[in-house]
Ligand binder design. Structure first.
Ligand code: FAD
Ligand code: 2HG
Ligand code: ZN
Length: 475
């Protein structure tokens, strides 16, 4: 294949500013933030418009060159990292960052794929509305990446994940045709709802270039509590109680183990334990209301009062201002980064029904400690969604290599248990290149067969992010 011809043609489309070929400048596109995945690429292309994306995709399609779409490169499964062949092209959407339209009467915002999530939140806020998706990487992840992974985060409990926040999409198909599906309709039953194929497809079916997203009323009152719990069962009881008391004012309910908090206290500057003494489990609870000065603290206090009486809660603090609330959130949001300082973190983003979380934790903790004595279980996550980041760090004082050699065996224990609880091995991060084998093993073979049929139909040449989602090629 004549690379130089292809590169010249691509350059004619995107201009010199849209091409990255210098190995030093390419580096950040070829590895993820944890440095857990590394790849090589023939070039990085940064188109600035949908037309440019379509032209580049068509050129690569005709040349038989595989494309790896990339947004903020914050994904945790290596989905945006090319393989090691050096023959793939990374297609970065980060120059496509226009807010195309805000339609307040329709409560929608139309944005391009490269818009950073925080900029989207700010644009909504400036328009007097809320865009509720919220996650630790929101300062760098993009709308395209959020859509392609069907991102979740800390407000799913109330507002749903990215899928539920989306009304329409614009997508460049693997052959370069553009699907103009930017409809802001809340009702449209004209056959299959195609947007749902692309949401969560991790760049394997096409390139998302823009989306129509839902806006919500801005919230003007907040109450945030950090509570100590004796057991995960207490968290289940507490969430049920708070939800029945506060209904959809309950916006976030995160749970974390003492081990998770200790990593943050050890490694994240400026963090301190808000409560006296160590406790086995913690929850971070957030209520929000659209009404200014809503008495949310009183509501939270009354819910927690009952929880103290029943023994679900051992101790608690309610933030008295936004600075304190932010400090409590920093304890939760810091876990992912803090764990990196303790050596390789084996990540397992699982979900089980909320009611099953206590039994899952008890049985999996015990199976792991029996098989791999001393491993440190960093268990935390979006409790309200039944989503645990059941991450594992090596035993204290052990070397990285023998621990990493046990990665597959540790994963088997956790995924088998997840499966026994009828759960999912990827609740919100996707499969990327990390989990296709596990998905092929733990998902219903009929589901995998149907997924492959969709992949073959939309991407018959298999050039769209190969090696991601599916374990082996198309066959
Ligand atoms: P990338 O990492 O660039 O790409 C992710 C996948 O999407 C890849 O497969 C890529 O090929 C594909 N893709 C990207 N853009 C497009 C496009 N325009 N069209 C087609 N395919 C595309 N995730 C959660 O769900 N919830 C969390 O709470 C959460 N917290 C996080 C906290 C931290 C500290 C970090 C580092 C990550 C966290 N993540 C979380 C994971 C990550 O931020 C999300 O998956 C995010 O949605 C990825 O967006 P991105 O723009 O960085 O995508
Ligand atoms: C979170 O909820 C993210 O903090 C990251 O989804 C989880 O690092 C992880 O495993
Ligand atoms: Zn998460």
């Amino acid at each position: 294949m004549a690379w130089e011809t292809l590169i010249q043609s691509v350059e004619q489309v995107v201009g010199a500013a849209g091409l990255v070929r210098d190995p030093e400048l390419m580096h950040s596109y070829l590895t993820d933030w944890r440095n857990a995945y590394q790849g090589r690429a023939a070039l990085v292309v940064r188109p600035a418009t949908t037309e440019e994306v379509a032209a580049v995709v068509r050129l690569c399609h005709d040349a038989g060159v595989a494309l790896v779409p990339q947004g903020g490169n914050t994904g945790l499964c290596g989905g945006s990292i090319p393989d090691s062949s050096g023959r793939q092209v990374v297609l970065s959407l980060t120059r496509m960052k226009r807010i195309r339209e805000i339609d307040l009467a329709n409560e929608t915002i139309t944005v391009e794929a490269g818009v950073i999530l925080r900029q989207l939140q700010e644009a909504a806020s400036q328009a007097g509305r809320l865009f509720p998706l919220s996650l630790g990487a929101e300062g760098s992840c993009t709308v395209g990446g959020n859509l392609a992974t069907n991102a979740g985060g800390t407000a799913v409990l109330r507002y749903g994940n990215m899928r539920e926040l989306t009304l329409g999409l614009e997508v460049v198909l693997p052959d370069g045709r553009v699907w103009h599906g930017l409809r802001g309709l809340r009702k449209d039953n004209t056959g299959y709802d195609l947007k749902h194929l692309f949401i969560g497809s991790e760049g394997t079916l096409g390139i998302i270039t823009a989306a129509v997203l839902k806006l919500f009323p801005a919230t003007h009152s907040t109450a945030t509590a950090w509570v100590a719990l004796p057991t995960p069962q207490a968290a289940v009881d507490l969430i049920g109680h708070v939800r029945s008391l506060c209904a959809d004012r309950l916006t976030g309910f995160e749970m974390m183990s003492r081990q998770s908090l200790e990593f943050v206290l050890d490694h994240v500057a400026g963090c301190s334990d808000p409560l006296q003494g160590p406790h086995p489990w913690y929850a971070l609870i957030e209520l929000r209301d659209t009404v200014p000065d809503a008495p949310l603290d009183l509501l939270l206090e009354s819910g927690l009062g009952h929880a103290f009486e029943t023994g679900w809660v051992i101790d608690a603090v309610i933030a008295s201002n936004q600075t304190q609330a932010a400090a409590l959130w920093a304890l939760r949001e810091g876990i992912s980064e803090a764990q990196n300082h303790e050596g390789p973190s084996l990540k397992h983003d699982i979900s089980v029904p909320v009611s099953q979380i206590p039994a899952f934790i008890e049985r999996t903790d015990s199976a792991l400690q029996q098989a791999f004595p001393g491993v440190r279980i960093v268990s935390y996550g979006h409790m309200g969604d039944g989503n645990l980041h059941y991450n594992i760090s090596k035993p204290l004082g052990h070397a990285d290599a023998p621990f990493k050699a046990q990665e597959q065996a540790i994963m088997q224990v956790i995924y088998q248990m997840t499966s026994a609880f009828n759960g999912s091995i990827s609740a919100e991060h996707g499969l990327g290149q990390a989990k296709p084998d596990a998905a092929a093993h733990f998902k219903d073979p009929l589901e995998i067969e149907l997924m492959r049929a969709i992949k073959r139909t939309l991407d018959p040449t298999g050039l769209m992010n190969p090696g991601k989602v599916f374990a082996t090629g198309l066959e």
